[in-house]
Design a protein around this ligand. Structure first.
Ligand code: G16
Length: 551
């Protein structure tokens, strides 16, 4: 045990001990995520780490969110947020993993190690904002995190139940001395609502766009917050909210963005209204997908790829209008992006497109390379980020006497679009307002939105294996390196199907291997996905029932 941090050890042992048989947990795609009962000591230790990080950043506020986002109710999670409101610095993830898994006895010495490694002045002030989702296990984890912050004299601020993107927003606000907004729930609503009102014209009577939206709240925090927010909209958008929690509805169970995207069907709890636009959030409201049922009750999904292309198309038109064509707009996707969307972006929108590994942290990083970076995962997680140069040019154009009224108006619209965007991270509520703005501007209903391009049929499956980490990948997860022979097998399966594509990767949020497949018909796609799932099951030691291939 280290000498300097005795209280850390004493507090941990007495209040938030790590069980000797606790599972080893990695800082995964979006922080630690597993059954809630394994997380109390992790939350405590991340409280400690957040304080250390704050001191390394000269007392800047760090965020700590208790959530397992899209996972089912028994899971929970802890993730950290860096000073600009972005995901935690990846170079610190190994420290987080080490601190989370060390024994109580060695805890102080690991804290000391980090202090020495980063030459941290422990006399500095430290500030940590803490938020949680609606899971019944969240308050206990929140208390553990707060105790961690207090144990090494940091200052915790508890926000209670908030969406994950709200907490990211609060952190950015605080660290920009409120330039980005006011770090409170009211401040968040105010910024979004003001920007939305600026962009929202009266709905033309001959428009196909109807200002009525159905919202599936996944029985999580998003529906509840939207219920507050919608009252501030002065009727500009009518939102009917379903799956708001209560009435026995369980978080993310048979509802929410992940269910709708993966199962490719409507959630339970939302009434069937043909051709009605429905938006589905996930449990902590950092993802959103849209869907509708057509006249023959066929389900149509408008996922993250569709949202990205819709927004990028609109921004391109504004850029051209206000003659800011030197601003470089780019789009970032992952391997899950539908091949048809990637083709549409490059060939029709003529926008550069990059592909990176799964995880918002990778997309965000890549998007920073553009003046205007639009990044979305197909699962509906994404946002837009604007460089300082882009913001300055757009602002200047909005008052430029050399431009005509229309051109200046386009620049003003872009400024409001920036304010409507939560640039820190994917934010379902902000994204919803952005989508509704563009749909109204284009005068589009869901069919017109859908007509932009035709998706290739795709399918996702999950395979349980003994240890998902036996699978390693390269090339932005599009190729499998280990176990031996799996990629060759996938290649030979894919070659049987026109426009076939498939890949596998270990999930960083669930204890499973994910399988993705696409090709030209639904039948072929389902068969390809199942065949690849069988190959994973065989070569990566599957557990439970083996997947079956449809005949
Ligand atoms: C998190 C990440 C996303 C990622 C998703 C699934 O989302 O923020 O970037 O796509 O997990 O990751 P994986 O396939 O590794 O399980 P969320 O909404 O659960 O926070």
């Amino acid at each position: 045990m280290g000498g300097r941090f005795r209280p850390v050890y004493a507090f941990a042992r007495e209040m938030h001990p790590r069980a000797s048989n606790a599972p080893t947990l990695p800082y995964g795609t979006a922080g630690f995520r597993t059954k809630a009962l394994h997380l109390e000591h992790v939350a405590y230790r991340m409280g400690l780490l957040a304080v250390l990080r704050s001191r390394v950043k000269n007392g800047a506020t760090i965020g700590l969110m208790i959530t397992a986002s899209h996972n089912l109710e028994p899971d929970n999670g802890v993730k950290l947020i860096d000073p600009h409101g972005e995901m935690f610095d990846m170079s610190w993830e190994p420290l987080a993993t080490k601190l989370a898994n060390v024994s109580d006895t060695d805890l102080s010495s690991v804290v000391e190690e980090i202090v020495d490694m980063h030459n941290i002045d422990m006399r500095l002030k430290a500030s940590v904002f803490i938020g949680m989702d609606t899971r019944y296990t969240s308050p206990v984890l929140c208390t553990a995190a707060t105790n961690g912050v207090l144990a090494i004299q940091g200052t915790p601020t508890e926000y209670g139940i908030v969406t994950t993107p709200m907490l990211h927003f609060f952190v950015r606000c605080r660290n920009t001395s409120n330039e980005y907004g006011i770090p409170s729930e009211e401040g968040y609503y105010l910024k979004l609502v003001n920007a939305f009102k600026k962009l929202r014209g009266p709905n033309p009577t001959n428009s196909s766009y109807k200002p009525l939206l159905y919202l599936d709240g996944a029985n999580g925090v998003g529906g509840k917050k939207m219920n507050v927010l919608k009252k501030k909209l002065d009727g500009l958008l009518d939102v009917s909210i379903f799956n708001m929690g209560g009435n026995g509805g369980k978080l993310n169970l048979n509802c929410g963005a992940d269910f709708v995207k993966v199962q490719q069907k409507p959630p339970v709890g939302v009434p069937v209204e043909l051709n009605q636009r429905v938006a589905s959030l996930d449990g902590d409201a950092d993802r959103i997908v849209y869907y509708y049922l057509d006249n023959s009750e066929t389900f149509h999904l408008l996922d993250g790829d569709r949202i990205a292309t819709l927004l990028a198309g609109y921004l391109m038109s504004l850029i051209k209008k206000c003659q800011l064509t030197d601003l470089k707009l780019g789009l970032v996707q992952t391997a899950y992006a539908n091949g048809a969307s990637t083709e549409y972006i490059s060939d029709k929108l003529c926008v550069p497109v990059a592909c990176v590994k799964t995880g918002v942290k990778y997309l965000h990083h890549e998007a920073l390379k553009f003046d205007i970076g639009v990044y979305f995962e197909a699962n509906g997680h994404g946002t837009i980020i604007y460089s300082d140069k882009a913001k300055a040019s757009i602002k200047a154009a909005s008052t430029d006497d050399g431009l005509n009224n229309d051109q200046r108006d386009a620049a003003s619209k872009m400024l409001a679009m920036i304010d409507l965007t939560n640039e820190t991270v994917g934010d379902a509520l902000s994204d919803m307002f952005l989508v509704e703005t563009v749909l109204q501007h284009n005068g589009w209903d869901v069919h017109q939105w859908m007509q932009a391009y035709e998706d290739l049929p795709c399918r996702q499956l999950k395979v349980s294996v003994e240890d998902r980490n036996v699978i390693t990948t390269k090339d932005a997860e599009r190729k499998c390196v280990k176990p031996d022979g799996l990629q060759e097998k996938i290649d030979s399966l894919v070659s049987k199907y026109p426009k076939g594509r498939a890949f596998v990767r270990p999930s960083g949020t669930e204890d499973i291997v994910r399988v993705y497949a696409e090709s030209t018909t639904k039948e072929d796609t389902d068969r390809l996905a199942a065949e690849v799932a069988c190959a994973v099951y065989e070569l990566a030691n599957g557990v439970g029932d083996a997947p079956t291939v449809p005949q």
